[in-house]
Write a protein that binds this ligand. Structure first.
Ligand SMILES: [Mn+2]
Length: 316
């Protein structure tokens, strides 16, 4: 397996992650209320935590604009306190930025208005392509092994870290959305179509906005040479199992289909050594927390492993 050196700065604050909202603003607010991230009026409650939303905020559901604007507000409120709201771009936002009519029922004027909002947020770097917290890398659909290999090849540095990978992807991401630069989307591999894509996913395209979780999880299970998690992704829905993960959370997919009111979120408590998924049953409406990883006594959590440890491990 490809070894990527751990990052120097690990943000050990508690992280929450929420997947594809698709216009279900009410469902999203129910999640945030349960996670105690907002007060009764829907304002950020000022806690010292990080909330990452993994994109696909718009389309399909009733409140695309509302959900987008609400995230803008939360991000601003969190900035003013000790918290942080990370917003990532999904394929639906990207399609709209490219001018595709992703939502047939939305009038053209509204298309353009929403597109403008999104492009502005990208320009200000309030919305990014990739977020790295020092351990996990978050993106809308994930880095498949082939896209990751090609991305690393593009970086002129020996042993680039996930921090480096996230930085070059985010820089390119901003550049392609800057009309004055005229940068081709094809210049950087992270959005590339993978030529020989494995079967499994229904989308013919790869890249971090389109990758199918079933392909990613196969890469991890087969210990494919270039898969190097740990990653958190959305994009591939699963209303039956809600949040899915492999190998003690080396890869976690958090798209439970919030649109259908299958509400769920991920909570990573780095201090306590605990990762759990919290889901609300669609029918009986009760919340349940289920552990994905719990650090046992005397055990070192993977995010505290040093580069030396992990290189030694790979040499064995
Ligand atoms: Mn998606």
């Amino acid at each position: 397996m490809l070894r990527i050196p751990p990052s120097l700065n690990h943000d050990t604050r508690t992280h929450f992650a929420v997947g594809d909202i698709h216009g279900n603003l009410d469902g999203f607010q129910k999640i945030l209320t349960h996670a105690q991230l907002i007060d009764k009026k829907g304002n950020w409650n000022g806690k010292n935590v990080v909330l990452a939303q993994l994109g696909d905020v718009i389309d399909r559901g009733p409140k695309s604009f509302g959900a987008w604007r609400y995230l803008q507000k939360l991000q601003m409120q969190a900035k003013q306190s000790q918290g942080k709201v990370v917003r990532l771009l999904g394929n639906h936002e990207d399609m709209l930025c490219q001018g595709y009519e992703t939502e047939k029922t939305r009038p053209l004027q509204k298309h353009l208005k929403l597109q403008k909002l999104i492009l502005q947020d990208i320009k200000q770097a309030d919305v990014q392509a990739v977020y790295h917290d020092g351990y996990y890398t978050y993106s809308h659909a994930g880095f498949g092994s082939e896209v990751l290999r090609r991305t690393i090849e593009k970086i002129e540095k020996k042993n680039p870290s996930w921090q480096d990978i996230a930085a070059v992807c985010n820089l390119h991401f901003r550049n392609i959305h800057d009309p004055t630069l005229q940068v081709s989307r094809k210049e950087h591999p992270y959005l590339h179509q993978v030529p020989k894509r494995r079967p499994g996913g229904k989308h013919p395209r790869g890249g971090i906005l389109w990758e199918d979780y079933r392909d990613l999880s196969q890469s991890v299970e087969k210990k494919e040479e270039h898969f190097a998690g740990p990653q958190i992704v959305g994009h591939t829905t699963n209303p039956v199992h809600y949040i899915r993960s492999v190998q003690s959370g080396r890869l976690i997919c958090i798209d439970s289909k919030i649109l259908l009111n299958c509400l769920s979120y991920l909570k990573i408590d780095y201090q306590q050594g605990r990762i759990e998924k919290i889901c609300r049953s669609r029918y009986i409406r009760t919340w349940k927390a289920m552990p994905i990883y719990v650090c046992q006594k005397g055990q070192t959590p993977p995010w505290q492993m040093t580069w030396q440890n992990s290189s030694r491990e790979s040499a064995e």
